[in-house]
Write a protein that binds this ligand. Sequence first.
Ligand code: DP6
Length: 343
Amino acid sequence: MSQPFPPARFAGYEAAPNIALVKYWGMRDDRLVLPRNSSLSMTVSRLRTRTWVRFDPSLRSDRFSLNGRPAGGGPLQGAVDFLDVVREEAGVSMFAEIRSHNNFPTASGLASSASGFAALAGAASLAAGLRWSPREMSRLARRGSGSASRSIFGGFVEWQAGRRPDGRDCFARPLFRADHWPELRDIVVLIADAPEKRVRSARAMQETVRTSPAYSERQRTVAGRLAALRTALRTRSADRFLALIMEECDDFRRVCETTVPSLDYLTPSSRAVLAAVLDLNRRAGHPVAGYTHDAGAHVHVFTFQKYVPRVRSRLRRIPGVSATRVLSPGPAARVIGVRSRSA
Ligand code: DP6
């Protein structure tokens, strides 16, 4: 049994969102959050979640505030379920207080569950007295949200699916550091009328596994694409990299759209962004940009520093695009402090 350390003091942790270049979509075990395929992502710069946690014997229930407001419903339940995992691991029975802040809009489709559960995994395990390695933290973060397992690490990250039924071999590992490809940029294209995410991806993906006739074909090809992308990253092969992320995104969209009922995350403006990227490449005569998106309407357009002005000015002119933000590969999750008051 571990002792919360120091008792009733806040432990703080910070983590950044990540964008999946090879997607996690489908679980072999939904209680332990064990995926059917490995995935690969880039942790981003500039955006972050900061979370403070304390376990306190005087609390009568768990408390969770997000951006200064008490959270309820699904988000609170998700946090409580996650704290139960931490309490079991640490042999702690106290309730906890969680204070979390994002420096970006929460339900904006910018993967707040990834940075949120990575930061919570770090803060809660520290507050509970668990002295865990990043790998163990990745395994823990996975239980809150699969994609969070990758946000423990910076740069380019692979989450290996593993084979064991108990999930011991299911964690993320860093592939390449954040400075591996200094020219690479991710232009996040924010869509003004993006609908709020109503169903968690963890649920939506299980509908895909159950109903999409395209899913088994995806499962046959996804590991090969991941290996090819790893090579394109290692050799910094721009053309291959851009082609592969778009191929993967199209495959992900195909299994979503063939899910019954269909999962359509894009708006007409998102689709106009995808078309503009293809058009930019056609006009340039070689790939200058590549798109990807997750289960939401915003689009990530990958390109290189020298093309950013050209690509960005084209994307900004698309009706329904509210903003663009230029991101780079970002840092690993880290401790931000232990205090008697949260920040
Ligand atoms: C399409 O693990 O973020 O972003 O927390 O339930 O929403 P929830 O699930 P999460 O699902 C990620 C799905 C994805 C692909 C990916 O990030 O690999």
